[in-house]
Design a protein around this ligand. Structure first.
Ligand code: ADP
Ligand code: MG
Length: 249
């Protein structure tokens, strides 16, 4: 059996009386896109935040490459190769595309922020940042101010920042959000190739994208995973249709 790259075991998180994650077991295998879908408020972002180290679970473990990373903070997890993109954009709008990519690369090397002024002279960092920009198709936009990018290009830049960490696994929370039809199509093609670099745990509302991309889908409802399977298994699943997919399947 293939060892999972990323795994959660028994992740549980309560907000007062609400159980936002209930005993969540998920895994991400090499080369795959594993999508997590579910209605608003199901607990998808809460789960992602616990995987990335932004939120501490009440119980359970997160493993990366078989190593228990549950006690590591978000920055240490990123350095360990857990690459995340954000539901809310965290780009520095007044900086250039290359400067933003360098920020990602700097995070990866754990250098203190005060060295940022000199980062442009650091050949290794610059190489890393430029390689990541080339991989997402933004090489020609390196000198463009982030504020002048299209929404789709900003999403590509966020992925480039994630790429600078030598990712072992990607974790993405709604990368298609706010993209138009054309942007979604482009991002879909891009993510499809990206899984060759590292597998992707993908939270996404856009069902066309999920059905086109996912090797496996897990369905989350009220803090629980009610089914995990291939696209066709999930589409055919009675409980999933009743609880969530309805007409869409
Ligand atoms: P999703 O991403 O699937 O839409 P979320 O993970 O954002 O769902 O939220 C799951 C549930 O947990 C929701 O009911 C939400 O209101 C609640 N929730 C999320 N974050 C907090 C928090 N920090 N404090 C209290 N409740 C929260
Ligand atoms: Mg969410």
């Amino acid at each position: 059996m293939t060892e999972p790259v990323l795994e959660t075991r028994g992740i549980t998180k309560r907000f007062g009386a609400l159980t936002a994650s209930e005993d969540i077991a998920l895994d991400l295998k090499p080369g795959e896109i594993h999508a997590v879908i579910g209605p608003n408020g199901a607990g998808k972002s809460t789960l992602i935040q616990q995987i990335c180290g932004l939120l501490r679970p009440d119980a359970g473990q997160v493993l990366l490459g078989g190593r228990d990373i549950t006690r590591l903070g978000a920055a240490a997890r990123a350095r360990a190769g857990l690459a995340r993109t954000f539901q809310v954009s965290q780009l520095a709008m007044e900086d250039t595309v290359l400067q933003n990519a360098l920020l990602g690369a700097l995070g990866a090397t754990a250098r203190p922020w005060r060295f940022f002024g000199r980062a442009l002279d650091d050949a290794e960092l610059r190489d890393r940042a430029e390689a990541a920009l080339a991989q997402v198709g933004l090489a020609d936009a390196a000198a463009t101010l982030c504020a002048d990018l299209s929404h789709g290009q900003r999403r590509q830049l966020e992925v480039a920042m994630a790429l600078t960490v030598d990712p072992r696994a990607f974790v993405m929370d709604e990368p298609m959000a706010g993209l138009g039809a054309e942007g979604s199509r482009r991002m879909t093609g891009f993510l499809s190739e990206l899984r060759g670099t590292a597998p992707i745990l993908l939270v996404e509302h856009d069902m066309d994208a999920v059905f086109a991309l996912a090797d496996r889908i897990s369905v989350m409802v009220y803090g629980r995973i009610i089914a995990t399977g291939t696209v066709s298994e999930i589409r055919a699943d009675r409980a999933v249709r009743d609880a969530y997919l309805g007409e869409e399947a």
